[in-house]
Write a protein that binds this ligand. Structure first.
Ligand code: AP5
Length: 223
């Protein structure tokens, strides 16, 4: 296997969470989503959750110092020894630099970064149809799955809901934040020779296949 550590980089709605679940199963990596960790902190009304909520609801980034600390704590857990897949981190150059420093300190090989490319129009369409489960990490879409708010999750029976930050105004803000604060991270990893780019605008099964090939340097495929 080429890269035991992976980063999925891409705008909101690119399919990071959806495909991270797939790659996690295929490659046996620990899936770390800073968005999921923060949403859980908000739901449990922890100190972190109280600090993060206002930023998340408005579609803005949670301050670097909070997120860097939570990512480092998570990466130090035992399940990460088998390799990990970061979804939603880093999303500023300061976060990328902190991750590089942390990895050098604990002597972990540099990650492969997959840059997921998609148009704003497709992102807006996908996020307007996204439905989440409160009980498990499954991500749904009303356009494809026969499910909506009021139904029970077919996987765990949990409540189906719409994320607060999937409202149109927050999606617009998140796309702007991505261009302003996260796109420079693409350049950061490009200059370090750690970046591969994958077009993720297509059908989910096709995108999954392309990501698996990119993630493993062609050593694994779903054909
Ligand atoms: P986070 O949860 O990370 O949100 P995001 O990056 O905006 O990404 P999303 O979860 O919205 O989208 P996704 O790419 O995972 O797409 P998905 O797979 O769901 O962060 C949320 C907030 O937390 C941030 O705004 C910020 O406030 C805070 N935060 C988190 N990390 C932070 C950090 N590092 N620093 C600072 N703040 C941080 O797919 C979307 C929809 O499309 C689904 O319905 C899915 O079914 C569908 N879909 C997926 N792929 C396809 C396909 N190929 N074809 C058709 N439909 C598809």
């Amino acid at each position: 296997m080429t890269a035991p550590n992976l980063i999925l980089l891409g705008p909101p709605g690119a399919g990071k969470g959806t495909h991270a679940e797939y790659l996690e199963k295929k490659m046996g990596l620990a899936h770390i989503s800073t968005g999921d960790i923060l949403r859980q902190a908000v739901a449990e009304v922890t100190e972190l959750g109280k600090k993060a909520q206002q930023y998340m609801d408005a579609g803005q980034l949670v301050p670097d110092e909070l997120v860097i600390e939570l990512a480092k704590e998570r990466l130090a857990k035992p399940d990460c020894a088998r390799g990990w897949l970061l979804d939603g981190f880093p999303r500023t150059v300061a976060q990328a630099q902190a991750l590089t420093k942390f990895m050098a300190e604990v002597k972990i090989p540099a990650p492969l970064v997959i840059n997921m490319v998609i148009s704003d129009e497709e992102v807006i369409g996908r996020l307007s149809g996204r439905r989440m489960c409160r009980g498990c990490p499954t991500i749904f879409n009303v356009e494809r799955d026969d499910i909506d708010v009021g139904d029970s999750c077919p996987v765990c029976g949990g409540e189906i809901y719409i994320r607060t930050d999937d409202q149109p105004a927050a999606v617009k803000e998140r796309l702007q934040v991505y261009k302003r604060q996260t796109e420079p991270v693409i350049e950061y990893y490009g200059q370090r020779g750690q970046l591969v780019t994958v077009d993720v605008e297509g059908e989910q099964a096709d995108v999954a296949r392309c990501l698996l090939v990119a993630a493993t340097g062609g050593e694994m495929s779903d054909e």
